[in-house]
Design a protein around this ligand. Structure first.
Ligand code: AQP
Length: 327
């Protein structure tokens, strides 16, 4: 069975962008692949995290995975920090990575822009992400558009290792959804919807109350025209809302356009809010049940145990190939 690996950072409240661009696809893939879905807490601390918030958010992300439909009996659900081989292989791959490669990463440029002091972890994190993937020799990595460049680097590092030490790593392929790979911010369609955006009006959090979601959508920026038409170049705001609608209502872009032909933004936004709420409300209900059941810690322990077994084998093989004395 082919292998899938992906993860989300517990660096804030998960957004509808994380759901549409990532989690929704995780759920689809779990039936056909051997899946590892992590909460990437080691990545989250590449920017400062308040300890209590990190604990809460890590558990919240894991519970949201399950609430969204990931079955912990089919896929391994765990915290990245519970499988130590990630950090160990991460260091080995860091030594294969050049400064120039890391300097070219647009996410690093975006996240470090204008900061007086930037942590070294933010800079080297793509090598840790490569280790996350390669430690399971994953075939497929479901990610949103923004992670494509990091995955390219992973492929380069796997190829470099294979060239230097012998053919060992599988070169992983990205799995990027055709629609919804880049959900944009509600107040500015030139930037992606992000959980760390300081303005909560810019994103829909998966744990926002339904009325808050309705309000955020009614206030979402729209362009000055009237037509509900998908035209990302000239109508980026409305096109983003159409994409969200299509993903939440299970319609194609064309079907959404057709449904609102000749209508103005008002009715469209109203229906969009209900489409989003109809996805999020049952998810929140399941989320509350999981958090209250007290089962989460056990699920995470079990997921980490199963993942560690695979990861340890890879780590030992890699160490041997590199010439380490393996214990
Ligand atoms: N706006 C988005 N549209 C589609 N997919 C998205 N993803 C993130 N934002 C969108 C996908 O979600 C997964 C998890 O991302 P991450 O938490 O590892 O970090 P990120 O890509 O940096 O996501 P955020 O929400 O923007 O987090 P912060 O604000 O902490 O940096 C990835 O597959 C990503 O592509």
């Amino acid at each position: 069975m082919k292998k899938v690996l992906s993860g989300i950072q517990p660096s804030g409240k998960l957004t509808l962008g994380n759901y549409i661009g990532a989690i929704k696809n995780f759920v689809t893939l779990q039936d056909d692949y051997a899946c590892n879905f992590m909460v990437v807490d080691l990545h989250a601390i590449t920017v400062p995290q308040e300890p209590a918030a990190l604990t809460e958010q890590s558990e919240a992300v894991a519970a949201l995975y399950i609430a969204a439909g990931i079955d912990p009996n089919k896929a391994n659900v765990y915290l990245q920090s519970h499988v130590m081989q990630h950090a160990q292989l991460g260091w080995l791959l860091t030594t294969l990575t050049s400064m120039g490669e890391l300097e070219r990463m647009t996410q690093f440029k975006d996240k470090s822009a204008g900061k007086e002091s930037v942590g070294a972890g933010l800079f080297v994190y793509p090598a840790l992400m490569a280790a996350d993937i390669l430690v399971y020799n994953a075939d497929l990595v479901p990610v949103g558009e923004d992670q494509k460049q990091h995955l390219e680097l992973t492929r380069d590092l796997a190829g470099r290792f294979n060239h230097r030490y012998g053919d060992y790593f599988t070169i992983p392929e990205p799995y990027i959804p055709e629609v919804g790979a880049r959900i944009m911010s509600l107040d500015d369609a030139s930037i992606k919807m992000s959980k760390s955006n300081p303005n909560p009006g810019s994103y829909i959090a998966l744990l926002d109350e339904p009325d808050v979601i309705r309000k955020k959508i009614s206030r979402a920026t729209t362009d000055s025209g009237r037509e509900v038409k998908f035209d990302p170049e000239n109508k980026p705001e409305v096109s983003n809302l159409i994409t969200i609608y299509s993903q939440c209502a299970g319609l194609t872009i064309e079907e959404v356009e057709k449904r609102y032909e000749g209508q103005m933004y008002g009715p469209f936004k109203k229906d969009l809010a209900e489409a989003v709420v109809s996805v999020i409300e049952p998810l929140q209900q399941r989320y509350r049940e999981i958090r209250e059941s007290g089962e989460l810690r056990q699920i995470l322990r079990q997921g980490a145990e199963r993942a560690s077994e695979m990861a340890e084998k890879t780590l030992q093989d890699v160490q041997r190939l590199m010439g380490f004395v393996v214990k």
